[in-house]
Ligand binder design. Structure first.
Ligand SMILES: Cc1cc2nc3c(=O)[nH]c(=O)nc-3n(C[C@H](O)[C@H](O)[C@H](O)COP(=O)(O)OP(=O)(O)OC[C@H]3O[C@@H](n4cnc5c(N)ncnc54)[C@H](O)[C@@H]3O)c2cc1C
Length: 421
């Protein structure tokens, strides 16, 4: 069932990835003599419609915690009230179900570390019995009729997802050393599989285990993922309202040209530009660079974090209201366990530290490729001769910085101070 509202909200990368997973699923069902029934209409109507044609005794689905998903699932359950149907809901999108990892006082921890400790100590719910299934063929939209221009970010289907997980097992022990370096393949690239369910979070946690520091560090990230999902389950407004109410008083700037320059990867800060171009071209961005680009929008341009949240959510192949909303609130300092607002990333030092030889920048901002490893982080600091030697004309082949970081930092500190009293 392709919810029209979700399909429209998804940008080209997520759409393509979804359709390639569906094609693979259809292929697996074909091999069993069946096929995937695809309907593009709201869920409640689709299910009622299907029930008229299929002799079903039970409905199984995975819970999702966004405001939209709750409305959708509520409408389905309501529509089915009068049916003799056994409705079963699972929480397969997370390791632990929201509401099962709580403080002694019975609430969701507002700080990640204690949540993580309890999360580790919480026994996993037993796997449900797979049961018997009969594969049916029913009519619907033919997948080939849907818009699938271009290649997906990753090969679709469960088998391809398992290949990625198995490949990652050969590298996961090095994760603490590689995870922050965007110029290398130092992270798992499993986020889209977790997003679509081609791999379950529990499966990944189980298979990886915690028997080395690298594995434990990796599984800790899955706990972050659960934490944001649990937070969304409690606060469906996570993507749209500051969880710390005082932060709603911040007076954001309206600066459409700067917002557009950020989206296009033309801010004059090479690491920021590299990240934004990677996102636009592929639908994925390295986590360290997500943090830097998000911080740049909020703290250097003083533009409302919700503008960035919407842009990321549309374009990211792993875009998801819990993870995206939570991480944007973290970057803006408006959410739980966020760094204090006065800790502001310096985009140039972040670049020097995490992309020291400029590999990542050269890949995504090729007009700077001829600069040496030191100069590539801040072309605006170079003199005309050095720029000319690298074939760069500032303000023409590559932009001047759209903002002075030092000045912007002071402006942001003042705006946050004013809001927070
Ligand atoms: C501003 C911003 C927006 C983000 N938006 C999303 C989003 O929409 N969807 C999304 O899945 N992740 C999001 N992240 C988190 C993180 O950047 C990605 O999960 C990660 O980069 C995916 O790459 P990977 O699978 O190689 O990660 P790995 O480093 O291999 O991590 C393994 C898994 O742990 C989880 N994980 C890792 N880091 C985080 C984190 N900070 N928060 C929550 N889960 C995490 C992911 O499921 C990831 O696949 C965002 C981060 C920031 C700073």
């Amino acid at each position: 069932m392709l919810e029209p509202e979700l399909l429209t909200a998804a940008g080209p990368h997520r759409r393509r990835q979804l359709l390639s997973h569906l094609e693979a699923l259809d292929g697996s069902l074909n091999a069993l003599g069946g096929g995937l029934t695809v309907r593009s209409q709201p869920a409640a109507a689709t299910i009622a419609d299907l029930l008229a044609h299929v002799d079903a005794s039970a409905l199984y689905y995975n819970a999702d915690y966004s405001a939209f998903a709750r409305r959708r699932d509520g409408a389905v359950v309501k529509r089915l009230e009068s049916e003799p149907l056994d409705v079963n809901v699972f929480h397969g999108n997370v390791v632990h179900e929201p509401g099962t990892v709580l403080t002694k006082a019975g609430s969701l921890s507002q700080v990640f570390s204690p949540f993580h400790r309890r999360w580790q100590d919480t026994p996993m719910a037993p796997w449900p019995d797979p049961g018997e299934a009969r594969v049916l063929v029913a009519s619907g939209v033919v997948l080939a009729d849907l818009d699938t221009d271009g290649e997906p970010y990753q090969p679709g289907g469960e088998a391809a997802a398992w290949d990625r997980l198995n490949e990652w097992l050969e590298h996961v022990d090095g994760y603490p050393d590689t995870r922050d370096i965007p110029g290398i393949e130092g992270t798992s690239r499993l986020s889209a599989d977790l997003r679509f369910g081609t791999l379950g979070a529990r499966t990944v946690a189980d298979v990886v285990g915690t028997h080395s520091p690298g594995r434990a560090a990796f599984v800790r990230q899955l706990a972050w993922r659960d934490w944001w999902a649990h937070t969304l389950a409690e606060r469906p407004d996570l993507p749209s309202r500051a969880l710390r109410p005082d932060y709603e008083r911040i007076r954001w700037r309206t600066a459409p040209d700067e917002l557009e320059a950020w989206k296009a990867g033309r801010t004059g800060y090479p690491l920021v530009d590299a990240g934004m171009r990677q996102l636009a071209q592929t639908g994925w961005m390295h986590n360290r660079v997500r943090m830097v680009t998000a911080s740049f929008l909020v703290k250097d341009l003083l533009i409302d974090w919700r503008e960035g949240e919407r842009h990321f959510r549309r374009l990211l192949v792993d875009g998801d209201p819990a993870q995206n909303g939570g991480n944007w609130q973290w970057a803006a300092g408006t959410g739980p366990d966020a760094a204090p607002y006065f800790r502001i990333f310096n985009p140039t030092s972040q670049s020097e530290k995490f992309d020291p030889d400029g590999t990542y920048i050269r890949r995504w901002v090729p007009e700077l490729a001829a600069l040496d490893d030191k100069a590539i982080h801040a072309p605006s600091r170079l003199g005309p001769l050095e720029l000319a030697a690298a074939g760069i004309i500032l303000g023409d082949t590559y932009p001047e910085p759209i903002v002075d970081h030092k000045v912007a930092r002071e402006r942001t500190l003042a705006a946050y101070k004013r809001a927070l009293g």
